[in-house]
Design a protein around this ligand. Structure first.
Ligand code: GTP
Ligand code: MG
Length: 198
């Protein structure tokens, strides 16, 4: 798929106020600093459409970007950010869970996982929660530029095996990406163009 336009539409913390357009939507979620905003910029070929930072906790709201005038990419805040206060965490959890529960336009959530880190319980639990709530999702392993090809293969196999040892009977669809060297862009855009979670 060729990206011809990418524009910021709005930010908010209330799913009821998200854009009303009935067009397909794809959301990026995962731990703080995993590379959600960077991946969005890489996909649409824009340096700073979504704001990024080396410090975790940069994205704080639900951010809608309209792509090619006919679908949305959504940049979400990260979870598991230790420096956010307990109260903020609760508020955050509420609007993020509401987003996934109520956003009918959502076609697929992309759960991002940093390929350098051991499988994290918070990610596994979040995927379970998505499964329980009937939200379709795929996994995106990020920062693949940090590992050699053999190590990537081992990591992905081990990760998927861990998932199969929990509640999953089938491994979810997954992608390996690097925003730094632009790996995985075409594969992801093709997936979005012909979405098929089977
Ligand atoms: P929050 O909004 O804070 O939840 O973070 P985020 O998941 O949106 O991460 P963001 O895109 O802001 O990137 C976090 C840091 O990781 C930045 O310093 C990026 O430069 C770096 N980063 C993102 N993607 C890659 C990648 O593919 N490779 C490498 N090496 N670094 C990356
Ligand atoms: Mg971000």
């Amino acid at each position: 798929m060729k990206i011809t336009s990418a524009e910021f539409v709005m930010s908010n913390s209330d799913v009821a106020k998200c854009p009303k357009d009935r067009i397909p939507e794809y959301a990026f979620i995962g731990r703080s600093n995993v590379g959600k905003s960077s991946l969005i910029n890489m996909l649409v070929d824009r340096k700073s459409l979504a704001k990024t930072s080396g410090r975790p906790g940069k994205t704080q709201l639900i951010n809608h970007f309209k792509i090619n005038n006919n679908w949305f990419l959504v940049d979400l805040p990260g979870y598991g950010y230790a420096r956010v206060s307990k109260k903020d965490k609760k508020v955050f959890q509420k609007y993020i869970t509401e987003y996934f529960e109520k956003r009918e336009q959502l076609v697929c959530a992309f759960v991002l996982v940093d390929i350098r880190h051991e499988p994290q319980p918070v990610d596994m639990e979040f995927m379970e929660w998505l499964g329980t709530n009937g939200v379709p999702f795929a996994i995106i392993f990020t920062k693949a530029d940090k590992l050699k090809p053999r190590a990537i293969e081992n990591y992905v196999n081990t990760y998927l095996q861990r998932l199969l040892e929990t509640v999953w009977e089938e491994a979810p669809k997954h992608f390996v990406t690097s925003s730094a060297n632009r790996t995985g862009k075409e594969e992801l855009l093709n997936f979005i163009a012909n979405i098929n979670l089977d």
